[in-house]
Design a binder for this molecule. Structure first.
Ligand SMILES: Cc1ncc(COP(=O)(O)O)c(C=O)c1O
Length: 499
C-alpha cells in the first residue's frame, strides 16, 4: 500500500498541468516511477493492488494495469501471480536519491561547459534579429519573392524524383545545384569553379565554422578585418583561434600590416578572412593591387584566404570587382557564397568553392555537423537558377534595393542630419551611419529597439578602440514608406537621447 503522502504525491504529479498532454496511464506510471527514483519506495515494497489504486485515484482498473505493465516492462517493478506487484531488486542499483535529477545548486554544477562550449555561449551567437523590423541589417525583401515559381519548380522536383527526393542528399550537395552554382559564379563573379569543387552547405556561417576547424588548430592565428563581420569573429573565437585584427582604409584591408605582422615565424597566421567585394560593415571594396598582394602573401606563407562574398549580387554602381578566388592561380582561396541575401534566409543554402585537395576533407567534416543539406530545396534551387529565375530575381531586387538605398540616404540626411552622417554604400543591403555628436551608441541602439527599430551598433564590430561610433541601417527589407516612418521615429529616439 502507499502511505498517505505517497498517494498525494502521485495525485499531484498526475494533476500537474505541465504533464497534461500525457495520457492518464502514462502519468500514473511516471508518478510511481518518480517515487521509486526518489527513493520514496523501498526495494521489495509491495505496491497497492491495481483495483485499490484505481479506486483511490478515481480511474479505471485497466488504466492502472496499463501503468503497472509499463513499470514492469521497464524493470521498475516485479509482478508475481497471486502476490501482487513489488519494487524491483534492480531499482536498488539506481543512483542515490537526488543525484539523478540534480536540483538547485547541483543543477547549476551540471552545466559545466567545455571551454569551446563556453566561448560559443558567451559569444552570444549570430541571430539577433528574427522579425524583419526596420532597419534590420542584411535581410532581403521576401514579400515579393516569386513563390508561385518556386512552388511550381518544387512540384516538378517531387514529380520527377518521387520518393528518391525524400532520401539523403550526397554530403557534397546534389550535382545539378553544384553545376548551376559553378556556372553562375564563373559568369557573374569571375570565379574558377567546377561542380566538383563546390560544397553545398546550409549557410556561410557553416562554411566559416568548417574553415575554422578544418584548416586551423586552436591557438592558431588568423588575420581578420578590423572592423569585422561578427559571425566570422564568433566562429573563429569558438574554434579557439587567435584573431589578429588588421586595419582598413577606403581601399579595404591594409596589406602592409599583414606583411609586417608576418615577419616573425611565430607570428605567422595560417589564414586571412576577407569580405573583399563589399567589406562588412564599412562597404569598402578591396583594391586590385591589394587583392594580388594578399594572394602573393598566401602563396609565400602557404596560408589560406577565406573570401566571404556574401552580397555581391547587389552592387549599384556598375559591376562589382571579380572575386579573389578567380584571380588566385595558387589555389589558396576558399570562396564562400550564400543565398540568404540573394533569395531568402529561410532557404538555408550556402556553399564553398574549394581548392581540389580540400574538397574531400571539408565534405567529410560537414557530415559530422549536419550530414548533408536537404535535397528538395537543393533540387528546386538548381532549377530556379538554370531556368533563369535566379538571374531575373536578382536583377529585379537590385533595382528595388538601389532605390531603397537612395531613399534611406535622403531620409537620413533630411531627418537625422543633427545626429549622424550616412556612408552611402555602393552595394549591399545596409548603410553605415556614424555619429556626428556625442551619442552613447549602446543607449541609442537599446532605445531604438524599445521603439521597434533594429540597429546594429558599429562598436562591437571593431577590435581597436579608435573608430567612429554609430550603427548599420538595413534598407532592403522595407518599402520606402516604411523606411520613412521608421526614420522619423528614430529621429525622435535620438532627439530624446541628446536632450
Ligand atoms: C558578411 C556576412 N557573411 C555571411 C552572412 C550570413 O550568411 P548565412 O545566412 O549564409 O550564414 C552575413 C549575414 O548577415 C554577412 O553579413
Amino acid at each position: 500500500m502507499f502511505r498517505h503522502a505517497q498517494l498525494e504525491s502521485v495525485k499531484a504529479w498526475i494533476g500537474n498541468p505541465a504533464h497534461g498532454t500525457l495520457p492518464l496511464h502514462v502519468r500514473i506510471q511516471r508518478a510511481i516511477r518518480q517515487l521509486i527514483l526518489d527513493g520514496a519506495l523501498d526495494v521489495g515494497k509491495p505496491l497497492p493492488a491495481s483495483r485499490a489504486l484505481a479506486k483511490s485515484l478515481g480511474v479505471s482498473r485497466d488504466t492502472v494495469e496499463l501503468s503497472y505493465g509499463q513499470l514492469h516492462a521497464e524493470g521498475f517493478i516485479e509482478r508475481r501471480v497471486g502476490s501482487g506487484s513489488f519494487v524491483s531488486e534492480r531499482a536498488q542499483r539506481l543512483p542515490e536519491r537526488g543525484t539523478l535529477l540534480p536540483k538547485g545548486e547541483e543543477r547549476k554544477a551540471a552545466l559545466r561547459l567545455s571551454s569551446r562550449g563556453k566561448a560559443m555561449f558567451q559569444g552570444g551567437g549570430v541571430r539577433d534579429f528574427l522579425a524583419p523590423r526596420p532597419f534590420v541589417p542584411g535581410v532581403p525583401e521576401t514579400r515579393s519573392f516569386p513563390l508561385q515559381t518556386w512552388e511550381r519548380l518544387q512540384r516538378q522536383v517531387l514529380k520527377e524524383y518521387g520518393a528518391l527526393a525524400l532520401l539523403h542528399s550526397p554530403p557534397q550537395g546534389v550535382e545539378p545545384l553544384r553545376r548551376a552554382i559553378a556556372d553562375y559564379i564563373n559568369l557573374e563573379r569571375g570565379a574558377q569553379a567546377t561542380a566538383e569543387r563546390v560544397l553545398v552547405l546550409t549557410s556561410s556561417q557553416q562554411a566559416l565554422t568548417l574553415c575554422a576547424n578544418v584548416l586551423l588548430d586552436a591557438g592558431d592565428r588568423i588575420f581578420i578585418e578590423d572592423p569585422v563581420y561578427h559571425g566570422a569573429r564568433k566562429a573563429f573565437d569558438a574554434a579557439g583561434l587567435e584573431c589578429v585584427p588588421v586595419p582598413l582604409d577606403a581601399d579595404g584591408l591594409r596589406v602592409e600590416h599583414l606583411r609586417e605582422a608576418s615577419q616573425e615565424p611565430d607570428e605567422m597566421a595560417k589564414a586571412v578572412f576577407l569580405t573583399p567585394s563589399h567589406q562588412f560593415p564599412t562597404g569598402a571594396a578591396l583594391a586590385l593591387d591589394r587583392r594580388l598582394a594578399i594572394i602573393e602573401w598566401a602563396r609565400q606563407h602557404q596560408s589560406w584566404i577565406i573570401e566571404d562574398d556574401y552580397d555581391s549580387e547587389f552592387h549599384y554602381e556598375g559591376k562589382p570587382t571579380a572575386c579573389v578566388q578567380g584571380l588566385d592561380p595558387y589555389e589558396r582561396t576558399i570562396y564562400i557564397g550564400t543565398f540568404t541575401k540573394s533569395l531568402f534566409p529561410g532557404l538555408r543554402i550556402g556553399y564553398m568553392v574549394l581548392p581540389p585537395p580540400l574538397v574531400a576533407p571539408m565534405t567529410v567534416a560537414r557530415t559530422l555537423l549536419d550530414g548533408h543539406s536537404a535535397p528538395i530545396p537543393q533540387l528546386t534551387l538548381a532549377r530556379f537558377i538554370e531556368g533563369g529565375h535566379f538571374g531575373a530575381h536578382v536583377r529585379t531586387m537590385r533595382a528595388v534595393y538601389a532605390e531603397r538605398r537612395n531613399v534611406l540616404a535622403r531620409l537620413v540626411r533630411q531627418h537625422l542630419a543633427d545626429f549622424v552622417e550616412p556612408r552611402v554604400p555602393a552595394g549591399g543591403m545596409q548603410m553605415p551611419c556614424v555619429f556626428i555628436r556625442d551619442i552613447p551608441e549602446h543607449e541609442a541602439v537599446e532605445s531604438a529597439r524599445r521603439a521597434g527599430i533594429d540597429l546594429l551598433g558599429l562598436t562591437a564590430l571593431h577590435a581597436s578602440s579608435r573608430h567612429d561610433a554609430g550603427f548599420l541601417m538595413g534598407f532592403a527589407a522595407h518599402a520606402p514608406y516604411e523606411l520613412e516612418s521608421a526614420v522619423k521615429k528614430l529621429a525622435e529616439v535620438l532627439r530624446e537621447l541628446c536632450c
